[in-house]
Design a protein around this ligand. Structure first.
Ligand SMILES: [Fe+2]
Length: 393
């Protein structure tokens, strides 16, 4: 175990069927009444944003302004534009409704406003942040995967060079996150399956990387069980509120877990596949997980074996000989991927995701420089990353 660790989750979680209606009350408790609503054009069009606004209006709070022009791959310029809009409109709080891009953009806006700056680029790096003013900030995730609602990091693209920048600060952590099954009810099957697998990767890597600690593992294992039990049903039957709620909670628990531990090679290689080949993050996670687990097996077999009861249930795990449990955990992950592929056709190979082997050298070069690789249970050089990519092709 790590000799020293810290654990923090200061985000208040509003969970369950009536949690959207609590947003107005939370704002009031923080002395805010003029929220800027942030979302994207799709969520505005399909009515998801309206559901949130109506729930707030029912409790007496109207948005002071709304901004829905956040693109899928948001940028520093979008953050600065929204911060200026917030000031122009005289807002006093932020409510962000969306997936990873909306939430990370909102985190960036919160950071700029709390530090009284005009642009977020001036806040890059860890050293120049002082105690800022409190800008009430509530997030409503509309996917169950990123866990971004509970992490103290915002990942935002720098338009100038295309590089994704990480802003680490307590000032990006929301005051409250709303985990309401209504928000993911309309998520299509493929997105449900792959974002669910992203959450599974967060939990498995958090429990097995070199910075795992007992508290992050408690959240991680609980997330693994909830995902193993519910991701197929949530994918097959999106209107099943029980499965949707379990997946939303699991995603949040996995987020709390990895933000207090770390991730590993699945994310390092997945980030590189995203940057070089534009493979969507959750798709890369789904494809890579079993191959990275096989690569890591010689270095963290005991940790994988301990995950088996959470993946397949206690009875099936106990019926597996102790020396076979680590491999059985990998088999369980493979079986889950295949089952999701049968239900909704998600890709399980890099070839099916449109990646060409010619890109592997560049992907490997980028992956070995990714911070997530440092804490992976087993070190990997470029040749070893290429081995993993070949196995996943
Ligand atoms: Fe992820």
């Amino acid at each position: 175990m790590v000799p020293y660790f810290e654990f923090q989750n200061a985000v208040k979680l509003l969970c369950g069927e009536l949690s959207l209606e609590r947003i107005a009350i939370e704002l009031e408790l923080m002395g805010a009444s003029k929220p800027l609503m942030l979302s994207d054009a799709v969520l505005a069009k399909i009515g998801t944003l309206e559901t949130v606004v109506k729930a707030m209006a029912a409790e007496g709070v109207q948005p002071a302004a709304t901004f829905t022009d956040i693109p899928v791959d948001s940028s520093l310029a979008v953050v600065d534009k929204i911060a200026a809009y917030y000031r122009e409109q005289g807002c006093d709080s932020i409510v962000a409704v969306g997936g990873g891009s909306v939430i990370d953009t909102a985190k960036g806006v919160r950071l700029v406003l709390s530090q009284n700056k005009e642009d977020i680029l001036s806040l890059s790096g860890l050293d120049n942040l002082v105690r800022g003013k409190h800008v009430p900030f509530i997030v409503v995730p509309t996917t169950a995967g990123t866990g971004s609602e509970c992490t103290g990091v915002a990942v935002i693209r720098n338009d100038a060079n295309g590089v994704k920048m990480e802003f680490l600060s307590p000032y990006v952590e929301p005051d409250a996150a709303v985990i309401d099954p209504r928000m993911t009810a309309g998520l299509p099957p493929k997105a449900t399956a792959t974002t669910g697998m992203d959450a599974l990767v967060h939990a498995i890597e958090a429990c097995t990387c070199q910075q795992a600690n007992p508290l992050s593992t408690a959240y991680g294992t609980a997330a693994i069980r909830a995902i193993a039990e519910n991701v197929e049903e949530a994918t097959r039957n999106g209107s099943n509120k029980k499965a949707r709620f379990a997946m939303a909670l699991a995603s949040t628990m996995a987020g709390i877990s990895f933000s207090n531990s770390m991730v590993g090679a699945v994310h390092a290689i997945g980030h590189a596949l995203g940057g070089v080949c534009h493979v969507p993050h959750a798709v890369a996670m789904t494809i890579l997980l079993p191959h990275v687990m096989r690569y890591n097996l010689s270095h963290c077999g005991a940790a994988y074996a301990e995950l088996l009861p959470w993946l397949v249930g206690v009875d099936a795990a106990m019926a597996t000989p102790a020396d076979k449990r680590a491999e059985a955990a990998i088999d369980a992950v493979v079986a889950l991927g295949r089952s999701l592929n049968e239900i909704c056709g998600i890709p399980l190979t890099l070839k099916d995701a449109g990646v060409s082997t010619e890109a592997f050298a560049k992907v490997a070069e980028v992956a070995v420089n990714d911070g997530a690789l440092i804490v992976n249970p087993r070190a990997a050089d470029e040749a070893q990353v290429i081995e993993i990519l070949n196995a996943a092709f």
